[in-house]
Design a protein around this ligand. Sequence first.
Ligand SMILES: O=C(O)c1ccccc1N[C@@H]1O[C@H](COP(=O)(O)O)[C@@H](O)[C@H]1O
Length: 214
Amino acid sequence: MTTQAKICGLSTAESVAAAVAGGAAYVGFVFFAKSPRNLEPEAAARLAAPLRQGPVRTVAVTVDPDDALVDRLMATLKPDLIQVHGKETPSRVREISARSGAGVIKAFSISSAADVDQARAFDGVAEHLMFDARPVEGSALPGGTGARFDWSLLEGRRFSRPHFLAGGLDPWNVAEAVRASGAPLVDVSSGVERGPGLKDPALITAFLDAVKRA
Ligand SMILES: O=C(O)c1ccccc1N[C@@H]1O[C@H](COP(=O)(O)O)[C@@H](O)[C@H]1O
């Protein structure tokens, strides 16, 4: 099966264009004040405007979003999916989905097989599950840190909908990550940057080319 990719943390028209031209299936915009990729919803809506009629799905990346943020995102960016990267419960995921009308990607911090097991409670609740590395103790960010986990922890895992592998992927390791994990979807942020929050269009292109070859 063809692997599909999400390019996350976009903040310029050039990086959005590189993601679309390279065949990304998803593009992500981050709404988390502590992130170097944080955007105002209105700015993300402007960046996403050229994608409106196309096949690329837009994702709003959040951490324990309150109802006000969900409503603001739906009034501006109108994402296809809302990614939740905090301590959301299955019932909160259901609420966000029902309130927004968007699908939800529920992200998990992984450092052991038991961490993968906890995702079972969300299978069939969230539209997609995302397995990301557990950030180091004290990190200000729950994701977007470039940390990796043992990709083989996902080997043989099956869920009702395609799941994402995230965490420390880059153009040079993504093929091996797909092989080791069997993940149908991959997600990258810092691995296609030349500095914190600074996406590099050439690295986006290289990542998407590597995914096509995987
Ligand atoms: O990217 C961020 O700043 C971010 C902030 C808050 C929650 C999640 C965030 N990013 C997500 O983490 C993955 C993996 O990042 P990386 O490739 O290891 O840098 C990223 O793709 C986002 O989905």
